[in-house]
Design a protein around this ligand. Structure first.
Ligand code: GUN
Length: 300
């Protein structure tokens, strides 16, 4: 069997198209232009590219973006001041602090300082807590992208065993928290999974991954998932982005695994493009929520 490719690039294009229609309608009805503020600290080349892509994507769907740049010598407290200002600015609806931050900065303190209503990455404790309780304000971008992609290809999850390799705060943990819920907005068929999280201390990783109906690799290690670790017919989702000899590769040995899987995401062009599409979706949700609160305040 050669796996069908899950085309994230095309799915992301369709999602942006849908969103731009919604934004146009929102603005025609008098809504403010949804605006995303990106905070970039230092000059990490990969982070600069990510932020530039996010700004460009905002423009493609009729949103505005603002870039706030600080040098890598910025202190935690200076960054907290920046966030305080953005929190108070009613023309900014979503705030994104590009990670990783320089080592000297207290990342948790900075992320905790983003107003929960503007936390479009869904990183702050309030938004993580709401997700765990099954009443999310925002769905975290990359996990949301994964579910969107699976749902577009009608790959159902209910009752199936999803094995996630990687326990990061950005992908592994929030994805697990989403997939065990009864419904995360795509209907019960695209939730209700049995979920296992594996990590660097898991004993006999291959025996776990071979049990997966849906295998998600989110570690950041090229060729971590080899063909012997995949059950024939499994769906394989590769969230890894690794640079090897100037080429982007995922965590999965794509050429070999695609010969046994039923569906597989490529790198690049799989999950990656969806992360930004979901960020834009969250920014629109943030704008709608803030407008609703503003309207209620005026009515009172
Ligand atoms: N760095 C790598 N991935 C992400 C992400 O999803 N959000 C932010 N803010 N930074 C990142």
């Amino acid at each position: 069997m050669t796996a069908q490719i899950l085309d994230g690039k095309e799915t992301a294009r369709l999602l942006r198209e849908e969103l731009s229609v919604e934004v146009e309608k929102w603005r025609a009805e008098g809504g403010p232009q949804p605006t995303l503020a990106a905070v970039l600290v230092g000059d990490d080349p990969a982070s600069q590219v990510y932020v530039r892509n996010k700004e460009r994507a905002c423009g493609q769907v009729g949103m505005a973006s603002r870039l706030i740049r600080r040098s890598d010598t910025t202190s935690t407290s200076e960054l907290l001041d920046v966030l305080h200002e953005l929190n108070e600015d009613s023309q900014v609806h979503g705030i994104l602090v590009q990670l990783p931050l320089p080592k000297a900065i207290d990342t948790h303190r900075v992320l905790d300082a983003v107003a929960a209503s503007k936390d479009v990455d869904a990183f702050c404790p309030e938004n993580v807590g709401l997700l765990v309780q099954g009443r999310p304000r925002f769905l975290p971008c990359t996990p949301h992208g994964v579910v969107n992609l699976l749902a577009r290809y009608r790959i159902e999850l209910a009752g199936r065993h999803v094995v996630i390799v990687g326990r990061s705060e950005i992908v592994g943990k929030p994805l697990a928290n989403m997939l065990v819920q009864r419904d995360i907005g795509f209907g019960p068929k695209y939730a209700n999974a049995t979920v296992t999280i594996c990590h660097s201390q898991s004993a006999d990783l291959a025996s776990m991954t071979r049990q997966a109906d849906v295998l998600v690799a989110a570690v950041g290690r090229p060729c971590l998932i080899t063909v012997d670790m995949v059950k024939p017919g499994a769906v394989v989702v590769d969230v890894g982005i690794n640079r090897v000899d100037e080429k982007l590769v995922g965590d999965v040995d794509f050429a070999a695994v695609r010969e046994v899987a039923s569906f597989i995401t490529p790198v690049p062009g799989g999950v990656g493009p969806l992360t930004i599409a979901m960020l834009l979706r969250n920014n629109f949700t943030a704008c709608e929520l803030q407008q609703a609160v503003g309207d209620a305040t005026i009515a009172n």
